[in-house]
Design a protein around this ligand. Sequence first.
Ligand SMILES: NC(=O)C1=CN([C@@H]2O[C@H](COP(=O)(O)OP(=O)(O)OC[C@H]3O[C@@H](n4cnc5c(N)ncnc54)[C@H](O)[C@@H]3O)[C@@H](O)[C@H]2O)C=CC1
Ligand SMILES: O=C(O)CCC(=O)C(=O)O
Length: 370
Amino acid sequence: MVQMFEKIRGHEQVVFCNDEETGLKAIIAIHNTSLGPALGGCRMQPYASVDDALEDVLRLSRGMTYKCAAADVDFGGGKAVIIGDPEKDKSPELLRSFGQFVESLNGRFYTGTDMGTTPEDFIHALKETNCIVGVDEVYGGSGDSSVPTAQGVIYGLQATNRELYGSDELVGKSYAIQGLGKVGAKVAEQLMLAGAKKIFVTDINPLAIDDVQTLGKRLNVDVEVVEGEEIYSVEADIFIPCAMGGILHDTSIDQLKVKAVVGSANNQLLHEEHGRMLKDRGILYAPDYIVNAGGLIQVADELYEPNKERVLRQTKAIYNSLLNVYLKAEESGLTTVEASNYFCEQRMRSRAKRNSFFSHMKRPKWAVRV
Ligand SMILES: NC(=O)C1=CN([C@@H]2O[C@H](COP(=O)(O)OP(=O)(O)OC[C@H]3O[C@@H](n4cnc5c(N)ncnc54)[C@H](O)[C@@H]3O)[C@@H](O)[C@H]2O)C=CC1
Ligand SMILES: O=C(O)CCC(=O)C(=O)O
């Protein structure tokens, strides 16, 4: 018992959802609601154990607290994981059952897609709860959140080029992209359109590789496909992780030949100390939760009635946030993650009295859907 509380230290609430009839086994973690109700996607994965699932949801939900603070949205950090194979174990009943558990939290947790789940899945959950975001526009949602996420990565790359080379220009540089899914493919396309000199890519999905190669030929950009972990050792200006987390560790950091890492993947650092290791190697690290906040900004905005223009404007703020973090890290000797955490914790402390625990219903300004 004591051990379990030790494990969830720092989190407000962890809910284990078990429905034997539909086979649902899920965990919802609410990390911190001092800025507002928790918001974060729901991942479905065939975790090897409940411990692995718990560890993932705890890390991801903590990341959401910082992401909300960095993006300046009045929401807190939460996330959910469903234990199961997204190809085999999904059913409308399972997703409705998940929706019922979300509803039982009475507006303390809003959720939507993440890896392994799609906006279509959540149409079933939406039948049981209003606390669902990111479904298609025809169902009242704001649609594909990977569009602003990819745009945010581009702003992050521009800010990083400014820091490294004194200019925002994406043109003439080389980039290494890991993962060409919803976000990575869009980033690759924008870089090619912006005149990138060369793009190294890797993905386990051959179709995603074919698409990017076809586009490279059409736009006359040199696209080189590399296998798996080779992506860590290519000679490029910036590495862009857009697949799984935990990929920046002792071995991969040793191999990196880039000047910076700027990508969408959540929880890129295996441990926070790896931020120090990157700094010591002279590699500029853009904290993932700043760079990949575009999707969050869109789904948070959706709860006040979707407005694409407003989302784009707020996503653009990623550029300045990142430059501020780089400056703070440079002046203070902190790593970029420590500098960024510092800003977020400051914001949480200053807002906590206004958006306090359980009080979102009382906030007069915004009509959060309940
Ligand atoms: N979609 C969004 O708006 C947001 C996504 N993120 C994060 O960004 C990352 C990418 O998200 P999406 O593009 O939406 O996911 P996705 O599932 O559409 O794409 C992931 C891609 O990575 C590839 N991949 C998987 N394992 C790989 C491996 N070992 N090596 C190379 N490629 C591999 C997959 O084949 C797929 O093409 C995830 O970490 C996600 O949590 C973060 C914030 C928002
Ligand atoms: O992008 C989304 O749909 C929601 C936000 C989220 O879960 C994330 O940023 O990881």
